[in-house]
Design a protein around this ligand. Structure first.
Ligand SMILES: C[S@@+](CC[C@H](N)C(=O)[O-])C[C@H]1O[C@@H](n2cnc3c(N)ncnc32)[C@H](O)[C@@H]1O
Length: 249
């Protein structure tokens, strides 16, 4: 066991070179071992945390950089007759940003409570070209081909790569050739492996940057633009929010 300061411990519980685990401030566990994550995890699935949420407010700085990213790489390329999908739309924050520039936005999420909030918000704001529906990414299937798809923060909630591949493949099949896929997720910049994060009532996966990019590149997309949006922490491992624009080949 090695103390790194600030209440952070690096442990090798499985006794292998490859297993690294950090306990941060006594309540949060970062590990590259799915076995250890499975033992400490208090939520059944990564999406369980989200199902009970009514609203989703990202940190202000994240909202600002995300908005700039969308304006620079996405919104200025939109046409008034485009139909856009916002997959993992939460309470509709980004659907509302895009809606004024396009014909229609279809928002999908697995949290009925946040969808309810999203519907109320768009009604109050008289944004009548947004339609919200329930969709569980584990059974993803879209009824139409979209001009573009936004999928912001979803893969952070999907911890196995097979499912992530299936989701991205379906998303690729549901975008017109040349259409954009806009993604943003929290990634780990420190470990070559994906890192599982667990704290009481919340879990996430922070993929290694290269692993994350490969999911899109092997499923029919080419990279158009990338930006490191926000560093979140440097201790015990560097985590940050990364934005990408991929184009359907
Ligand atoms: C980090 S939030 C991102 C919300 C919003 N897209 C944003 O960028 O601000 C993750 C979203 O993914 C949704 N989500 C998680 N697992 C899901 C699943 N299996 N199917 C559909 N949506 C899911 C959550 O309900 C939540 O709205």
């Amino acid at each position: 066991m090695r103390k790194r300061g600030g209440g952070v411990y690096r442990l090798d519980w499985l006794g292998t070179e490859k297993c690294s685990t950090w306990i941060s401030f006594g309540y949060a566990i970062f590990t590259n071992s799915i076995k250890i994550s499975g033992k400490v995890r208090t939520v059944l699935n990564l999406q369980d945390f989200w199902k009970n949420k009514i609203v989703w407010e990202p940190p202000v700085q994240t909202q600002k950089t995300q908005q700039e990213f969308l304006e620079t790489y996405f919104i200025r390329n939109l046409n008034k007759d485009d139909v856009v999908c916002d997959f993992a739309c939460a309470d509709g924050l980004w659907s509302e940003v895009v809606a004024p520039y396009v014909k229609r936005v279809d928002g999908f999420d697995c949290s009925e409570k946040m969808l309810e909030t999203a519907r109320k918000n768009s009604e109050e704001k008289r944004l009548n070209n947004i339609f919200y529906q329930y969709m569980d990414a584990f059974n993803v299937r879209f009824e139409c081909r979209y001009d573009h798809i936004m999928m912001l923060g979803l893969l952070t909630c999907i911890d196995d790569d097979k499912t992530a591949d299936r989701i991205v493949k379906t998303v690729a099949e549901s975008i017109k050739v040349g259409g954009y896929l806009i993604v943003r997720d929290t990634l780990n910049m420190y470990e070559p492996d994906d890192v599982y994060y667990d704290e009481p009532n919340y879990s996430a996966i922070y993929r290694a940057k290269e692993n994350y990019e490969r999911i899109y590149l092997r499923n029919g997309f080419e990279l158009i633009a990338y930006r490191y949006l926000n560093p979140y922490s440097s201790h015990p491992i560097e985590l940050g929010s990364h934005g990408y624009v991929f184009r359907k080949k």
